[in-house]
Design a protein around this ligand. Structure first.
Ligand code: 5GP
Length: 113
């Protein structure tokens, strides 16, 4: 797999990286949909949520945990935030390496309204 996110992981294209460890990287979305919009991307190759095996379920757990830790560190965890994962066409997925969107920094409204 070689998506734009893989290029960011390999530092072949620039990104505003806010967190990285052995398992994942987090960087600011290039087209933010909220005052805070950070993408959490695993270093394990998984194109879509449909491709996630039972053994890889921990990969998504790590993304969610890293997002919550980031929210706490940045001081907006108590105010709240939203995490989103898009899958395929109807879900609006455009980059085919799974990733979790963290959206925060303002009231986001009821989902779907
Ligand atoms: P998706 O629609 O696949 O769930 O989300 C992909 C996200 O990646 C979009 O929100 C889009 O703005 C973001 N994105 C696409 N290309 C780049 C890039 O080169 N750099 C960064 N930082 N974000 C990107």
């Amino acid at each position: 797999m070689d998506t734009i996110f893989h290029k960011i992981i390999r530092r072949e294209i620039p990104a505003d990286i806010v967190f990285e460890d052995d398992h994942l990287i987090a960087f600011r979305d290039i087209a933010p949909q909220a005052p805070v919009h950070v993408l959490f991307v695993p270093k394990t190759d998984v194109a879509t949520l449909n491709d996630l095996t039972p053994d890889q379920a921990v990969v998504v757990g790590r993304l969610a945990h890293a997002a919550a830790e980031y929210a706490k560190r940045e001081g907006f965890a108590e105010d709240g935030y939203r995490i989103v994962m898009n899958c395929n066409g109807h879900g609006g997925q455009t980059v085919f390496q799974i990733h979790l969107h963290l959206l925060a920094g303002a009231p986001l409204g009821r989902f779907g309204t």
